[in-house]
Design a protein around this ligand. Structure first.
Ligand code: E4P
Length: 217
């Protein structure tokens, strides 16, 4: 499973990248709005840190507007994957962009039928938003299960990018189902490391080592 960070914060990205297990980054207009600086400079800065896909979202909702923005974003850096919303015009754009060799990430997906459309349009990634479905008393992870089955049934190459993950169990569940990628906020990435028994066990080892350290050499 590939790990992406869901943020536009360069410090968080640098921190995760320094561990050597960061495979990419996803951004969206909300995440960008929380940071300072110009959008395109921000994206290039992220691409220079991350050796992998960096998703940048268009804000047009018509075909021509999305295509224009997509070309501008894709020209910024080879790592850029253009995030396109799950709209009828959006899927037209994904089809056209994929035939030009521009990589795409279909965003705001909440159903298996939408995922089927994204794959048929040739999306590189499709992003089902798990947490937002949970927020309205649905079971977001069930959509990932359905999409995995459908993509495997037909051999679609579109990768499932489990998004809107809110806690470590979401990441583990997505991995068990076989999502190709998990994108998560830095907080969730950091929480993956923690277990109280690790802390207790380490403390005990260090305390016991104190008792024998004079006998080491
Ligand atoms: C994915 O690409 C989205 O940016 C993101 O996962 C949305 O997460 P949220 O529902 O926590 O805002």
């Amino acid at each position: 499973m590939k790990f992406f960070l869901d943020t536009a914060n360069l410090d968080e990205i640098k921190q995760a990248a320094s561990m050597g297990i960061l495979d990419g980054v996803t951004t969206n207009p909300t995440l960008v709005s929380r940071e300072q600086g110009k959008f395109k400079d921000m994206l290039v800065g992220i691409c220079e840190v991350v050796n992998g896909p960096v998703s940048a979202e268009v804000v047009s909702t018509d075909f021509d507007g999305m295509m224009k923005e997509a070309h501008e974003l894709a020209a910024l850096h080879p790592n850029i994957h253009v995030k396109i919303p799950m709209l009828r015009e959006g899927m037209k754009a994904v089809k056209a962009l994929s035939s030009e060799g521009i990589r795409t990430n279909v965003t705001l997906c909440f159903s298996a039928s939408q995922a089927l459309l994204a794959a048929k349009a040739g999306a590189t990634f499709m992003s089902p938003f798990v947490g937002r479905v949970d927020d309205i008393s649905g079971v977001g992870m069930d959509i990932i299960t359905d999409i995995r089955t459908i993509y495997d049934n037909y051999g679609f190459e579109t990768e499932i990018l489990a998004a809107s993950l809110r806690h470590p169990v979401h990441v583990v569940e997505a991995a068990l189902i076989g999502a190709d990628i998990a994108t998560m906020p830095y907080k969730v990435f950091d929480q993956l490391f923690d277990h109280p028994l690790t802390d207790i066990g380490l403390q005990r080892f260090l305390d016991d080592w104190e008792k024998v350290k004079d006998r080491v050499s």
